[in-house]
Every structure is written in C-alpha cells, then in structure tokens.
Ligand binder design. Structure first.
Ligand SMILES: [Zn+2]
Length: 86
C-alpha cells in the first residue's frame, strides 16, 4: 500500500480520517478505500457536527463515490452509525 499521507492527498480526505485499507472490488472493478474517523470525531451529528449519543448502526457499511483514479471508479467505504442529536 502507498504511504497513508499520499493516499490522503489523492483522495482528498483530512487527518481526521484513518485509511484502513485500499482494495480492488473484483465484482465491480472499482477501487474501495476503507476509512474510519479518528476516535475524537466519532459519533457526531452529520448535520450540525455536535457530539451526540449513538442511536443505532444505521444501514451498516456504506460507500461514497469519490474522484476516480484515472479510469478506475473509486469509493470510500465506512460504517454509518446514526446518532440521536439533541
Ligand atoms: Zn445535529
């Protein structure tokens, strides 16, 4: 795997994001980058950013399309827990 800082620059994610792995999805020929937030940023409301108690796991793992690498479709994949915003 390339250096994590280089992947961060290529993918446009900041240091609040940990890149766990970069793999090819053989079904779709896409590149899938598994990410997670660093601990202090966990469980924040996606709308207002306030730290909130957990509600449930949402729909589990989700993928978000990001800038492709050349002709290769590229996705960020992460857990998507929901919070109970106050
Ligand atoms: Zn909120």
């Amino acid at each position: 795997m390339l250096d994590a800082n280089l992947w961060r620059r290529i993918l446009g994610v900041d240091r609040a994001t940990v890149i766990e792995s970069v793999e090819e999805d053989e079904e779709t020929d896409a590149l899938v980058v598994r990410v997670r937030p660093r601990r202090p940023t966990k469980l924040r409301c996606g709308r207002c950013g306030v730290r909130s108690p957990g509600y449930d796991r949402g729909e589990g793992r989700r993928r978000w399309r990001c800038l492709d690498l050349g002709s290769v479709m590229t996705f960020l994949e992460a857990d998507s827990p929901r919070v109970n915003c106050l």
